[in-house]
Every structure is written in structure tokens, then in C-alpha cells.
Design a binder for this molecule. Structure first.
Ligand code: NAD
Length: 309
């Protein structure tokens, strides 16, 4: 087996690379990354081949087509800072590149499993279902919805090709620390508290998120590979939790009793409430989240503690 993981030096990509190497020890795993938000340290110790390049550059794909014959492409690479407002850059990298990925995959006869986002739903009423509420509020969400539409049309025109989109909700877990301020609130709050500071939340911490542990996100990718179904699927836990609840869980796990420090949200746009409807993912992908927020945080904290030492 030959697998390509775009964005493989990033958070979800490098977790996926680890799982692929574990499940398919004989496989050749190639990472395409430009290291803009990923980090080489996420790949240290792993027997992967790295191609350094910009996934929005057609020449990079021409080179890959000459050198490899992939069985599957896991397309995770993207501008992941959702506050970036440069519309041209966001659309070029996140949306237009989808065409290059699909054209290459068609030539290889490779399955395409790509990362979409709950950002496509904006502030539409939860629970979010794949076929409704597609009203992104920022260009990041719009770029991901554009990807979904390109993928959907391509899959219709080429039914022989598997094209599976995974709309991740708020993913947290090991190897996200290089994302800086784009890292999950689980990491940011845990770090503040481990450094002896009060956790900082936008007023009044009641906003809710469907926080999903990276192990579940990786599992969804493997299920997509094995089940071979095309379409777009939500990947969350199906349960929204507030930032205040997250602080309570962290306090419990860390044995602390910090009160949040609330401040005004500086963004014009901010998702108030996200929660995945998992009906379709359960039915067609057999996806069942295994990690509640409590269990995910417990599993993740030893890793976070090592970061502050
Ligand atoms: N983490 C989340 O909560 C979340 C939620 C929804 C969707 N997603 C999506 O999941 C995917 C992975 O995100 P992540 O959280 O691991 O973030 P990340 O920033 O760690 O990973 C993105 C990777 O893509 C690489 N990259 C960016 N632009 C590139 C380019 N032009 N050419 C080559 N490589 C490029 C980065 O260097 C990085 O390694 C992204 O597509 C993201 O939009 C993530």
C-alpha cells in the first residue's frame, strides 16, 4: 500500500500517519507539507518520506504523479487558522487545491479522504446535519464548503472514485502544540492552568462546542478507507459542551479550583454552539465516537504536562 498524507506534519495529519504505520506496517507513507503550521518534530522517529512543497502548486502534483502510485490520499493540508482574512490565499490553498488532489487521485485510481470542517455550518441551529445549515460565516468555512462542493461534483462525474469528506468538529489531542493560537481550547486552557494562571474565556463561557479527541478523528479516516463510501460525514462526539464545563473538567483532573477570567470576544464572528448530528456517519461509516470530553482530557493531560516542564 502507498498512502499520501497532505498536511502530514500537522496535528491531525501526524496522528493519522502514526495510525497508518501501526495498522499497515508494510505501507509506504508519504507526507506532503509546506511546514507553514506543521512541524518536523511531529514526524521525528517515524519512517515516512517527506515531500516539501505547496499543495496548491500544480507542479508539485505533477512531480508526485511521476514518482508515486498511491492507493489512498488523506488530504489534511490546509490553512487552519480560521481567523485568516486573506480570501485569495485561503481559497487558493484550501479550495482550489481540491481539484489538483482529485485529478491526481483519478490518475492513480486512489481513494480520496479529505478534511472538511464544522466551520461550513456557521451559526446555524444545532445539531448540525450534513445536508442543511450550510452558511459559513468566515472565509475558512467558505473554503471548506467549496471543497465539499468540488468533491461532490467530481465524485458524481467519476463514480468509480471514492471521495469521502470528514467534517471535523473541534479536535484536540497530542501534537497540536505547534498550531499556537489556533490550537484547541483544551490545550490553551490546560496550559494556562498548568502555569498557575486563571483560564481565560470569552464572556461568559457558555458557548458550546462538540470537542472531539484526535483518536476519534483518526478512526474516522481509517473507517473511510475501509468502508469505501463516498460522501461527506460529520466527525464529532454528538454532544456539545460549554467552555465553563471544560474548565470544570480540567480543574477536576488537575486537582485545582481556578475560576475563569472572562473577557470580551474580539471577533465579529464567533461560533456560539456546534454539535454534530452523527446519524449519517453512524449509518454509512460505522463511526461511533469512543472518547467523551472527560476521557479525552484524562488521556491527553500527561502529554500536555510534559510540554510545560
Ligand atoms: N483541528 C481541528 O479542530 C479541525 C477542525 C475542522 C477541520 N480541520 C481540518 O483538518 C485538517 C488538519 O488540521 P490540523 O488541525 O491538523 O491543523 P495543522 O495546521 O496542524 O495542519 C495543517 C497542515 O497543513 C500544512 N499546510 C498548510 N498549507 C499548506 C500548503 N499550501 N501546502 C502544503 N502543506 C500545507 C501545514 O504545514 C500543516 O502541517 C485541516 O484541513 C483543517 O482545516 C481541523
Amino acid at each position: 500500500m502507498e498512502f499520501l498524507v497532505t498536511g502530514g506534519a500537522g496535528f491531525i495529519g501526524s496522528n493519522l500517519v502514526r495510525e497508518l504505520l501501526k495498522r499497515y506496517p508494510e505501507a509506504r507513507v508519504v507526507v506532503l507539507d509546506d511546514f507553514s503550521s506543521g512541524h518536523f518534530k511531529n514526524l521525528v522517529g517515524l519512517p515516512v518520506e517527506v515531500v516539501t512543497g505547496d499543495l496548491s502548486d500544480r507542479a508539485v502534483w505533477d512531480e508526485l504523479k511521476r514518482r508515486y502510485r498511491f492507493d489512498a490520499v488523506f488530504h489534511q493540508g490546509a490553512i487552519t487558522d480560521t481567523t485568516v482574512e486573506d480570501q485569495y490565499r485561503m481559497m487558493r490553498v484550501n479550495a482550489d487545491s481540491m481539484r489538483l488532489v482529485l485529478e491526481a487521485a483519478l490518475e492513480w485510481g486512489a481513494k480520496v479522504i479529505y478534511a472538511s470542517s464544522a466551520g461550513v455550518y456557521g451559526n446555524t441551529p444545532p445539531p448540525m446535519r450534513e445536508d442543511r445549515g450550510l452558511l459559513p460565516e468566515n472565509v475558512y468555512g467558505f473554503s471548506k464548503l467549496t471543497m465539499d462542493r468540488i468533491a461532490e461534483r467530481f465524485a458524481r462525474e467519476h463514480p468509480e472514485l471514492q471521495v469521502t469528506g470528514l467534517r471535523y468538529f473541534n479536535v484536540y489531542g497530542p501534537h497540536e502544540e505547534y498550531k499556537g493560537r489556533s490550537a484547541s481550547m483544551v490545550l490553551q486552557l490546560a496550559l494556562q492552568m498548568l502555569k498557575g494562571r486563571r483560564p481565560r474565556l470569552f464572556k461568559w463561557g457558555q458557548q458550546k462546542r462538540d470537542f472531539v479527541y484526535v483518536k476519534d478523528a483518526v478512526k474516522a479516516n481509517l473507517l473511510a478507507l475501509e468502508r469505501g463510501v463516498s460522501g461527506v460525514f460529520n466527525v464529532g462526539t454528538g454532544r456539545a459542551r460549554s467552555f465553563n464545563e471544560l474548565v470544570e473538567i480540567l480543574n477536576r483532573e488537575l486537582g485545582t479550583s481556578y475560576e475563569p477570567e472572562y473577557f470580551d470576544c474580539p471577533y465579529d464572528f464567533y461560533q456560539e454552539y456546534t454539535e454534530a448530528d452523527l446519524t449519517r456517519a453512524r449509518e454509512l461509516l460505522d463511526y461511533e465516537p469512543e472518547w467523551s470530553l472527560e476521557e479525552g482530557v484524562k488521556d491527553y493531560l500527561p502529554y500536555v504536562k510534559r510540554l510545560v516542564r
